[in-house]
Design a protein around this ligand. Structure first.
Ligand SMILES: CC(=O)N[C@@H](CCC[C@H](N)C(=O)O)C(=O)O
Length: 372
């Protein structure tokens, strides 16, 4: 079996949530230790790793970032190399991102690049966010690990393998997590008039939250409010004293995010009054938008145009979030969608990327970095 496919399958079996990527970190360190070490400097931070490859005649430093965490999803692919961590799955392709990046490190370790290259294996992209604290550590303690420009990819199930899709400017949205706790008064299912039912309050709240996008956001702009999880009550014949909504907000700019949050708070105040309950809102972690440097995005698209087997595509922006946005806030660079050709989308329990994407992108990224 192709080495990269084997690596991807091994990583696929050990998905770990943000800042718990202990086995993943050890796996990556073991692999990196097998590559020629002369030009490699390895540093760890939390569950992440930074690898510096020293260039032969460095005039600049190029960065490449891979995220490393999995998601809390029960895998349903039925694959023989399914997750062995029950309840967790690499359902966002980070197993592929890590594999491609290991392929890149190996190639650069074997054949020294001209410029310095710094590789970031970054924890906790799905949450609570590893990029911002990793960058804070680098800026405070290891400024020598800051690159002059930086790139990253994300698998895209909807595109064929070989697709390199990106755009100058905004690629991914601003995000904010959203956790809402409701507290009322529980009691016997047969005596609703003596209780304050939080299942009914939560149901009303969800429906009212959906009016923010349809009634408060300018139709010429865009926003998303998704409640991905609702928990309420304890058993079928007790009225729920507590309920909790867990979701995410997506907008195309920071101002729209502030406007949406104002409406969330106003609607919650209304629910408190009408259902006689207490509501607590927690915005969890927020990700800065992924805003590609126009020149860097152009370089990627132009390189893909002339690269054999690649399809260069200037794609529309998406409401996905990515804490790679924090890297791009201070460093010019770009992210691209890498075609993964599969039937199920990101965050689905049956997602199964076409493994052809591994060797294609490992080579593509290596050649692109050498071209800079
Ligand atoms: C590429 C991707 O799917 N990223 C995640 C990032 C999640 C950020 C945060 N936990 C949130 O939900 O707001 C995404 O869901 O877009």
């Amino acid at each position: 079996m192709d080495t990269l496919i084997q690596i991807r399958r091994e990583l696929h079996q050990i998905p770990e949530l943000g800042f718990q990527e202990f086995k993943t970190q050890q796996y990556l360190l073991n692999k990196i230790a097998q590559f020629p070490q002369e030009n490699i400097r390895v540093t760890t931070w939390e569950t992440g790793i930074v690898v510096k490859i020293v260039g032969s005649q460095p005039a600049k430093t190029i960065g490449w970032r891979s995220d490393i965490d999995g998601l809390p999803i029960v895998e349903e692919t039925g694959l023989p190399y399914s997750s062995t961590h029950e309840g967790n799955m690499h359902a966002c392709g980070h197993d592929c991102h890590m594999t491609i990046t290991l392929g890149l490190v190996e190639a650069l370790a074997n054949n020294q690049p001209k410029h310095n290259v710094i590789i970031y294996f970054q924890p906790a992209e799905e949450g609570p966010g590893g990029a911002e604290p990793m960058l804070n550590w680098i800026e405070a303690e290891r400024p020598d690990l800051l690159p002059d420009e930086i790139y990253a990819l994300h698998v895209a199930p909807e595109y064929p393998v070989g697709t390199v899709a990106t755009r100058p400017g905004l690629l991914f949205a601003n995000t904010s997590e959203l956790f809402i706790d409701l507290k009322g008064l529980g009691g016997h299912a047969a005596y609703p008039h003596k209780t304050r039912d939080m299942t009914v309050a939560a149901a009303n709240l969800i429906m009212q939250l959906q009016t923010i996008v349809s009634r408060n956001i300018n139709p010429m702009e865009s926003a998303v409010i998704t409640i991905g999880k609702l928990t309420s009550g304890t058993v079928q014949n007790i009225i729920a004293e507590n309920a909790r909504l867990e979701g995410t907000i997506r907008t195309l700019n920071a101002e729209a995010m502030a406007d949406v949050k104002k409406r969330v708070e106003a609607i919650c105040a209304g629910i408190e009054a009408s259902f006689e309950c207490e509501i607590h809102i927690d915005y969890g972690s927020m990700y800065y938008e992924v805003n590609n440097d126009p020149e860097c995005a152009k370089k990627l698209l132009e390189f893909a145009e002339q690269y054999e087997g690649a399809t260069s595509y200037e794609c529309p922006a998406a409401m996905t979030g990515e804490d790679f946005g924090y890297f791009l806030k201070g460093i010019p660079g770009a992210m691209f969608w890498a075609g993964a050709n599969c039937d199920y989308g990101l965050h689905h329990a049956k997602i199964n990327p076409d493994e052809e994407l591994l060797s294609f992108n490992a080579k593509f990224v290596e050649q692109f970095i050498r071209s800079l």
